[in-house]
Design a protein around this ligand. Structure first.
Ligand code: NAD
Length: 484
């Protein structure tokens, strides 16, 4: 094994879990690189205890002092970027440049967290003569964050810096498929000066997620992963009266008009559908061509053929996921879709046991086909055709998801029409992956997100704090006794 067997990280140190364990595979070559513990409720109890114990002193530090830890954390992410990049590459299978971009994004969200003191100064107003009302923000207590396999470094960092700067203590439950980055982040937080117990990692699968939802010592839960599990976690965590925000899957539509800049549209669409091997919730999964767009599709196919598995296209997370993606393609072909670029049965020289699917472009997909409706989560683009922009929007609007949508055109009017009518939380105009960068917040609509607000940016401040309203009167001569 390339890495030692993992433990949980509780109270500032690696802790063995006496329970079962799973092998961790590198999707690059299918080798076993480590093992991850399958924690039990008793492990979670220890982590909650540790986070509860750390809460009073951490939360009572002035925010400007808490933030100092994150200036140092940002520096450590920068200093260790090569090693963190390599970890993401090996455990997730994405390319080195994608892995590095992920860590760079973690640095950007940490920068945002360092600005939180400037964004959270309170509000004060003289509401009657001599009577003042002011608002203060308080942390929630122990919060838990459950994360998926596709961004082992960035998605945990969507919540770690913001939640902790705001005074909470945390338990992270990373995906059991990519557990290594989480423990390394815990070590870097400790090195940055975070007091023991403020941040804890508990590994495991469904059982530990359910225990998190049920645990009375946890005040709030965030989740990022598939819609199926996002619904379960939202319902279960809310039923024990926790604050919950759960982000689910996606089926993002790109609306392509004939007047789009051909080169820009084709290269953006190819990058959007194949980046991170299509395993990201912002990936282009469906394209709706409005009218005569064959020149753009031809160029898109040309661009797609330049994307080579094992070189500029990373691996799929598991053998099962590779099979699932290939089955979607074969079923769509059987249902009448035309395979323009075929990524099935691809092998990478020297990495014959790795899990790879090449870029795939399918034309003449119909909105009622399974591949048009479900999340494929692979480097596969389904092209549908429509005669009008209104019909294109009907297709987009019929999706149960609503993470992102984009339009490619040179017409401001058409772009505005799509931006206004798309049923999605994040919209791109001539941008295939419209991730809102800080201070803007990240979050979709419909079955791509459950709960109020977004998970990053300014919106996360609302999620991770509660407000206290204090009304003060010092002058006895004031006749104000209202509400009495
Ligand atoms: P997943 O739902 O299988 O797993 C996510 C987390 O839930 C993991 O930590 C896992 O251990 C846990 N889990 C899995 N099954 C469970 C169950 N039955 N009960 C309780 N917990 C369970 O997701 P994944 O395969 O790791 O990640 C891919 C999915 O995440 C895709 O659907 C993708 O679109 C989505 N995603 C969404 C966003 C977003 O911002 N909306 C971002 C990244 C990924």
């Amino acid at each position: 094994m390339k890495y030692a067997a993992l433990g949980n990280f509780i109270g500032g140190q690696a802790v063995k879990s006496g329970n079962g364990k799973l092998d961790v595979f590198s999707p690059i070559d299918g080798s076993v690189i480590s093992t991850v513990p399958l924690s039990k409720k008793s492990d979670l109890d220890k982590a909650v205890e540790s986070a509860k114990k750390a809460f009073p002193s951490w939360s009572s530090l002035p925010i400007k002092e808490r933030v100092q830890v994150f200036y140092r954390y940002k520096y450590l992410l920068e200093q260790n970027i090569d090693e963190l990049t390599e970890l993401v590459h090996i455990e997730n299978g994405k390319t080195i440049s994608e892995s590095r971009a992920e860590v760079e994004k973690s640095i950007e969200v940490t920068e945002f967290a360092c600005s939180i003191p400037q964004l959270t100064s309170g509000e004060v107003l003289e509401v009657s003569k001599g009577v003042e009302c002011r608002i203060e923000r308080y942390p929630l207590g122990v919060v838990a964050c459950i994360t998926p396999f596709n961004f082992p470094n960035m998605v945990p960092n969507w919540t770690i810096p913001n939640a902790l700067c705001l005074g909470n203590t945390m338990i992270l439950k990373p995906s059991e498929q990519v557990p290594l980055s989480a423990n390394r982040l815990a070590e870097l937080l400790k090195e940055a000066g975070l007091p023991d117990g403020v941040f804890n990692v508990v590994h495991g699968d469904k059982e530990i997620v359910e225990a998190i939802c049920d645990h009375p010592g946890i005040g709030a839960v965030t989740f990022v992963g598939s819609t199926k599990v996002a619904k379960i976690v939202y319902a279960r965590a809310s039923s024990t009266l926790k604050r919950a925000l759960t982000l689910g899957g996606a089926k993002n539509h790109l609306i392509v008009l004939p007047d789009a800049n051909t080169d820009m549209a084709a290269s953006n669409i190819a990058a959007s559908m194949s980046g991170c091997a299509g395993q990201r919730c912002m990936a282009a999964s469906a394209m709706v061509g409005v009218g005569a767009v064959d020149h753009i599709i031809d160029k898109l196919c040309e661009e797609s053929k330049k994307i080579i598995p094992g070189k500029n296209l990373g691996a799929i997370i598991s053998k099962q996921a590779k099979e699932r993606i290939e089955n979607y393609i074969s079923e769509a072909e059987k249902d009448g879709a035309k395979v323009l670029v075929d990524g099935r049965n691809c092998k990478v020289d020297g990495k014959e046991n790795g899990f790879y699917v090449g870029p795939t472009v399918l034309d003449y997909v119909k909105p009622e086909m399974k591949i048009a409706k479900e999340e494929v989560f692979g480097p596969v683009l389904s092209i549908m055709r429509s005669d009008t922009i209104e019909d294109a929007m009907k297709i987009e609007n019929s999706s149960s998801y609503g993470n992102a949508a984009a339009v490619f055109t040179q017409s401001g009017g058409a772009a505005n029409y799509v931006a206004e009518h798309a049923s999605a939380g994040m919209i791109g105009v001539n941008i295939g992956v419209p991730v809102p960068r800080e201070p803007f917040s990240f979050g979709g609509w419909n079955e791509s997100k459950f709960g109020v607000g977004d998970i990053t940016g300014k919106s996360s401040i609302e999620f991770f704090t509660k407000l206290k309203k204090i009304t003060t009167k010092w002058n006895p001569e004031s006749q104000v006794n209202w509400m009495s």
